[in-house]
Design a protein around this ligand. Structure first.
Ligand SMILES: [Zn+2]
Length: 99
């Protein structure tokens, strides 16, 4: 096989490239940057945010938190909007009832 870094031919079982010293083991690169994109996803699709929060809460605490908070805000605004719409509906009903 060839080194992932310097592309020189190395032993198939080599863990570290003897030429450049770069590890050849595919280390699982866990990206846990608490990206705002996941928060936005959670905000737009609260259910997805909740699932990501549960799936990642151990492996990617920051990203899961971003998704969870996004979902929470999404749900909160959704509920607020619902209450507002409900309130306006009542006001409309009262208005049309002649009060
Ligand atoms: Zn190398």
């Amino acid at each position: 096989m060839y080194c992932k870094n310097c592309a020189k031919e190395i032993d198939d079982r080599a863990v570290i490239c003897p030429h450049c010293g770069v590890s050849q083991v595919a280390a699982p690169q866990v990206v846990d940057n608490g990206g705002a994109g996941w928060g936005l996803l959670g905000f737009c699709i609260p259910l997805a945010g909740l699932i990501l929060f549960l799936v990642w809460k151990d492996t990617k605490p920051r990203t899961s938190k971003a998704a969870g908070v996004g979902a929470l805000i999404g749900v909160g605004i959704g509920v607020l909007f619902y209450i507002l719409a409900f309130g306006l509906g009542i006001l409309g009903a009262i208005g049309s009832a002649g009060y």
